[in-house]
Design a protein around this ligand. Structure first.
Ligand code: CTP
Ligand code: MG
Length: 231
């Protein structure tokens, strides 16, 4: 049984608003996508598939030589993250078998610590279903509702004890993930949600705050600081 990684990198980064798609924003001297690839391109991962928009011109202009031929671009990104992952998985299935593990990791999470990846692998590789890195919620969580004037007001306080924030990588068997995504609507925002749609319960593996998702422009400086502290 083998382990592969698949990185959806076909988004347009509308919230990041940096001109070019955020996966190519420079971070510690390399494109953000380079760092995401580096974080998952470690044994036992055999190859890293990167799902790109069909009209992506940037990937081919960057230097991927650090990864010794283990990075394979797939120009089949879709409208939604679900579509990109599904299309990429279908294309990558040519090199995988049904029972192989796939680690789906956001291009927008360049700071994934190696120990988090190792924890995910060790906790899920014997699991029937698979799982994901996630963080127990530490802040108090409010539910909002608009009042008559349109202002947001607190409608209630949620019990955070049962709440976790989903991260990536998310680790599932290729065949099961393809089946789950085929049945899922474009509205699922992660692979786990598609697996849940089959009535299965993915395992939650505690991750860390370092594995932030670069979503807003300010997040880039945080990611830069995390990488600088490690170097
Ligand atoms: N992604 C993708 N295909 C899409 C949409 C998103 O491959 N149609 C990828 C992004 O490139 C990113 C990951 O999914 O690596 C997580 O998505 P997100 O952080 O939301 O990135 P964007 O969708 O690009 O940003 P935004 O939602 O702000 O537009
Ligand atoms: Mg998005």
């Amino acid at each position: 049984m083998s382990v592969f990684a698949l990185i959806p990198a076909a988004g347009s980064g509308t919230r990041f608003a940096g001109g070019a798609p955020k996966q190519y924003a420079m971070l510690a001297g390399k494109p953000m996508l380079w760092h995401a690839v580096k974080a998952v391109c470690v044994p036992p991962v055999e190859a890293v598939f990167v799902v790109l928009a069909a009209d992506d011109r940037s990937f081919a202009e960057r230097d991927w030589s650090a990864f010794a031929g283990k990075v394979e671009p797939l120009y089949c990104g879709g409208e939604s993250r679900r579509d990109s992952v599904f299309n990429g998985l279908v294309a990558a299935m040519a090199d995988m078998s049904h029972d192989d593990w796939v680690l789906v990791h956001d291009a927008a999470r360049p700071c994934l610590p190696l120990r988090d990846l190792q924890n995910l692998l060790s906790e899920c590789s014997e699991d029937q279903i698979g799982g994901l890195l996630a963080l127990p919620v530490s802040d108090t969580v409010k539910r909002a509702a608009k009042d008559e004037a349109g202002a947001q007001r607190v409608a209630g306080t949620e019990d955070r004890a049962q709440l976790w924030l989903a991260q990536t990588p998310q680790m599932f068997r290729a065949g099961l993930l393809a089946q789950a995504l085929r049945q899922a609507s474009g509205r699922v925002t992660d692979e786990a949600q598609a697996i849940e749609g089959l009535g299965l319960k993915p395992r939650l593996v505690p991750g860390s705050r370092e594995n932030l998702k670069v979503t807003w422009p300010d997040d880039l400086a945080l990611a830069e600081a995390i990488l600088a502290r490690r170097a």
